[in-house]
Design a protein around this ligand. Structure first.
Ligand SMILES: Nc1ncnc2c1ncn2[C@@H]1O[C@H](COP(=O)(O)OP(=O)(O)OP(=O)(O)O)[C@@H](O)[C@H]1O
Length: 225
């Protein structure tokens, strides 16, 4: 197995003095290329904080964080933004789609804006992903008119546009009924298998976690299992 990312002795505190909250307390974790892992733990245990750091959206207070051999603690903001755009995709509980834009536009536009251009290749990738998500009849549908499960599948497609090595998903099925949640997880598993994308999926739902090959449990700011 090749390591995709490694964090060690990760500490994250918010606030100072009396108000200081130490959320991560020396957390260490390695994710290998091609893993599909669930991130479990009680509310407030630091799952979202960890995902935010792994996504390079926030730096740890101390500790090491490397991905694809790059030291991300030492990197400056510009290097982090570039790294994130190239290598990391995000899926959130609330899909944040642009309601007036079509499903295809929602998948293709964010990457196009970041890259400063929209190419036929990008459109083709968007169509391919939406087709894989079972949404081939919905390319030109305004996203506001899609069901909750369909919207979340568009959000998964959007996260995959750039063929990221890592997708971080924070409660991606938290807002969905059981059938839609299972469908989203099946599609994630398919992408993981076919494209080798590594997924780390935070969830409170043991059933959803059970669909992942590995379960990582966070408690009290460290990995407990
Ligand atoms: N920006 C911040 N400022 C201060 N405290 C914060 C901040 N972000 C998170 N926290 C605190 O850190 C702790 C962990 O929060 P986090 O959102 O990482 O937990 P979680 O495991 O994802 O919880 P949940 O399962 O409820 O989403 C909480 O006590 C939270 O209040």
């Amino acid at each position: 197995m090749t390591a995709l990312l490694e964090v060690s002795d990760l500490v994250k505190t918010f606030g100072t003095g009396e108000a200081e909250t130490r959320v991560l307390r020396g957390l260490s974790l390695t994710l290998d290329v091609g893993e599909m892992a669930a991130l479990l733990g009680p509310s407030g245990s630091g799952k979202s904080t960890l995902l935010t750091i792994l996504g390079t959206l926030m730096k740890p207070t101390s500790g090491r964080h490397a991905m694809l051999g790059q030291d991300l603690v030492a990197a400056n903001d510009r290097a982090l933004t570039e790294f994130r755009n190239l290598h990391i995709g995000f899926v959130f509980q609330f899909h944040n789609l642009l309601p007036d834009f079509t499903a295809l536009e929602n998948v293709v536009f964010p990457t196009a804006v970041r890259m400063g251009r929209e190419t036929p290749v990008a459109r083709a990738r968007g169509r391919e992903l939406l087709t894989r998500m079972g949404l081939e009849a919905r390319f030109d549908f305004p996203s506001a008119n899609l069901s909750g499960g369909q919207k979340q599948r568009v959000a998964v497609a959007r996260a995959l546009m750039n063929r990221p090595e890592l997708v971080l998903a924070d409660e991606p099925t938290g807002n969905l009924d059981r059938a839609s949640a299972m469908q989203v997880m099946d599609l994630i598993a398919e992408i993981n298998r076919d494209e080798g994308t590594t997924f780390l999926i935070s969830t409170h739902d043991e059933k959803i976690a059970g669909l992942c090959r590995r379960q990582i449990v966070v408690g009290d700011g460290v990995v407990t299992g």
